[in-house]
Design a protein around this ligand. Structure first.
Ligand code: PRP
Ligand code: URA
Length: 215
């Protein structure tokens, strides 16, 4: 795992399976069905790492050989919160790991001219203050959408928040760590920079359009 400018809350996942799948995502000839499947697979692989601090508790269990004490997840208080639209593409991958997790939704879209996020929806599972919250969005570009989404969650009581993205621009990571230094950020790959339209370079294009086959 790599670091970002010494921030201990930023974790860049350099696992070869994740890197291989991201390369397939970048390829402009990768079609919608494969793209959607890859996003979910990457989310699951990232989730495996991002959830390694989930609490455990011991229970009694009887194996075919003898009685023993063995750990299970301590609580069922997790929430996955995709940022619409593209974050939805990562939800099933994480639900594969945490089938009992509740799912919230935050609707945001970026203005094409100003690149600032506009919000249109927010619904979170209660009690949000008791949950480990995994916010998903494949792209962290300027950081505006992630910053606002996490602010909405905090305003509603959310405390333990992780943000998971597949590709990030350095500009977005910097903005997000400054706005929310307490949030753990998991990144599949840190790309070079934003272009003048605030798209990530080399990136993968518009994640929402590629997941849902629009445009
Ligand atoms: C994309 C992406 C992020 C946002 C990232 O969504 O899925 O939510 O842009 O950019 P930022 O870091 O500069 O805020 P978009 O606004 O295109 O909406 P969509 O998912 O509905 O297509
Ligand atoms: N949103 C995307 O979908 N892609 C980018 O490169 C930047 C923002």
């Amino acid at each position: 795992m790599q670091e970002f400018e010494g921030h201990e809350n930023v974790i860049i996942l350099d696992h070869p399976l994740i890197q291989h799948k991201i390369t397939r995502l970048r390829d402009k000839t990768t079609g919608t069905a494969e793209f959607r499947q890859l996003v979910n697979e990457i989310a699951m692989l990232m989730g495996y790492e991002a959830l390694r601090d989930l609490e455990l508790r011991d229970i009694d269990v009887e194996t075919p050989i003898e009685k023993t004490v063995s750990p299970v997840l301590a609580g069922r208080k997790q929430a996955i919160v995709p940022i619409l639209r593209a974050g939805l593409g990562m939800t099933d991958g994480i639900l594969n790991l945490l089938p009992a997790a509740k799912v919230g939704h935050i609707g945001l879209y970026r203005d094409e001219e100003t690149h600032k996020p506009h919000s249109y929806y927010c619904k979170l599972p209660a009690p949000i203050n008791e949950r480990t919250i995994i916010v998903t969005d494949p792209m962290l570009a300027t950081g505006g959408s992630a910053i606002d989404a996490i602010r909405f969650i905090k305003e509603r009581g959310g405390v333990k928040i992780k943000f998971m993205c597949i590709i990030a621009a350095p500009e977005g990571v910097k903005a997000l760590t400054e706005a929310h230094p307490d949030v753990q950020i998991y990144i599949g790959h840190l790309d070079r920079q934003l272009n003048k339209d605030a798209y990530i370079c080399p990136g993968l294009g518009d994640a929402g359009d590629r997941i849902f086959g629009t445009k």
